[in-house]
Design a protein around this ligand. Structure first.
Ligand code: CMC
Length: 365
């Protein structure tokens, strides 16, 4: 049997047309288009690109956006179920259960035809933000806010969460966040979803598998970890002692390091710029300044300790963006999932289209 690679590091498990990462040069492409050329598009267009393989033309985009808008609402029965949830649990657990309920209420749940999968795709992409916002409001005994058709996917989410129309920059930040979170090749949640899809399980089940894997603090859960860390550190004076203490105890610092990127994560660079702009609009740059200080300290400590730097990953400056958008830390992983669902669906469809059950071997010791 072949040599075992712990954590499957460097193992190539499948072919994909959905995204490409060059971890040495810091390049990320969705369907052959560089991430830097995608972040100014609407999230709907990037979602369409990931799922259908091409950037939509004007009429394709308007049809796709309208289908998403028509499906944003969740029904009264489902809202009643959400209100019964135990809000002591993590928000992502609520989202996972709510997506299970959506599957339960969808009569096409176990239909595998292309039409049924297309309908389920629209429902999943459209309803994720509504569910995340409604669940959060329900945890404060607040009624859900109906979606607004004249707002983009991201802006409408912020509106459904707070009841306030976001500023142009806040809306742009949310759209960019969803785009930057949408896809990342064979990350742990996508790999787990592809395994589920390879057994020919249904789309909802595969997405739920992705959600369960995203939850962990070493994956999507790191974003909440960064928000908690910023609160814990509090101000620039505490940054160095915090980092040194963590490194001495050999603890990981959330939002840094990556299995694939050995240079600056291109998504982190874009998030950093958005965070900086939000901090200026906000008139208080202290979260941004603190984050930048943590980045600088870690960079130099790693050069000192290992002779090579460590860089922020996607979860670091996204957490700073969420701070300026007044997004509570407990929602961070769920919002990551709102963006990632388009990439997950694309991978599910790619797996169905050319399937062989994914079943590696273990080395018995
Ligand atoms: N803080 C402190 N030390 C670190 C960090 C960090 N964030 N990341 C890596 N290292 C050290 C690690 O201790 C190890 O040192 P040694 O060789 O002495 O044992 C070395 O760098 C290599 O790290 P690793 O954990 O073996 O690397 P990996 O490829 O197995 O893990 C990772 C990658 C992202 C899980 C890891 O860097 C990490 O745990 N980071 C913190 C959590 C985090 O931010 N996760 C989000 C990941 S990116 C987006 C996503 O997938 O959701």
């Amino acid at each position: 049997m072949e040599e075992m690679k712990k954590g499957l590091e460097g193992v190539v498990a499948l072919d994909t047309k959905i995204s490409y990462i060059d971890g040495i040069q810091g390049i990320l492409m969705y369907r052959g288009v560089k991430i830097e050329d995608l972040v100014d598009l609407p999230y709907d267009a990037v979602s369409y690109l990931l799922i259908n393989g091409k950037i939509p033309n004007e009429s394709e985009l308007s049809e796709y956006s309208q289908e998403l808008k028509d499906n944003r609402i969740i029904n009264g029965k489902q809202i009643d179920v959400l209100k019964e949830f135990d809000f002591g649990v993590e928000a992502l657990d609520g989202l996972r259960t709510a997506i299970s309920c959506t599957a339960h209420f969808d009569l096409e749940n176990n239909h595998h035809s292309p039409d049924a999968n297309k309908n389920k795709t629209i429902k999943l992409v459209a309803k994720f933000p509504t569910i995340v916002a409604a669940l959060h409001r329900a945890s404060f005994d607040k009624e859900p806010i109906e979606p607004k058709d004249d707002l983009s996917h991201g802006a409408n989410f912020l509106y459904m969460l707070t009841g306030k129309i976001p500023t142009d920059l806040e809306a742009e930040a949310m759209e960019k966040d969803l785009i930057l979170s949408a896809e990342h090749e064979l990350n742990p949640s996508t790999f787990s979803l592809r395994i589920a899809a390879s057994t020919l399980s249904d789309l909802y089940s595969a997405v739920i598998c992705g959600l369960c894997t995203l939850k962990g603090p070493l994956h999507g859960g790191a974003r909440k970890g960064v928000m908690d860390m910023l609160d814990e550190v509090g101000n620039i004076e505490n940054a160095r002692p915090y980092v040194l203490n963590k490194l001495e105890r050999k603890e990981k610092i959330m939002g840094f390091g990556h299995r694939v990127y050995k240079t600056y994560d291109p998504r982190a660079r874009i998030y950093k710029d958005v965070a900086r702009r939000l901090s200026i609009e906000n008139g208080d740059t202290s979260w941004f300044d603190l984050a930048e200080e943590l980045e600088n300290i870690l960079y130099h400590e790693f050069v000192e300790i290992r002779g090579k730097p460590i860089y922020p990953n996607v979860d670091f400056y996204s957490a700073v963006v969420y701070k300026y958008l007044n997004i509570p830390a407990e929602l961070a992983t769920s919002i990551f999932a709102m963006g990632r669902v388009s990439g997950w669906i694309a991978h599910c469809m790619e797996q169905y289209a050319d399937n062989r059950v994914i079943r590696p071997r273990a080395h018995f010791v």
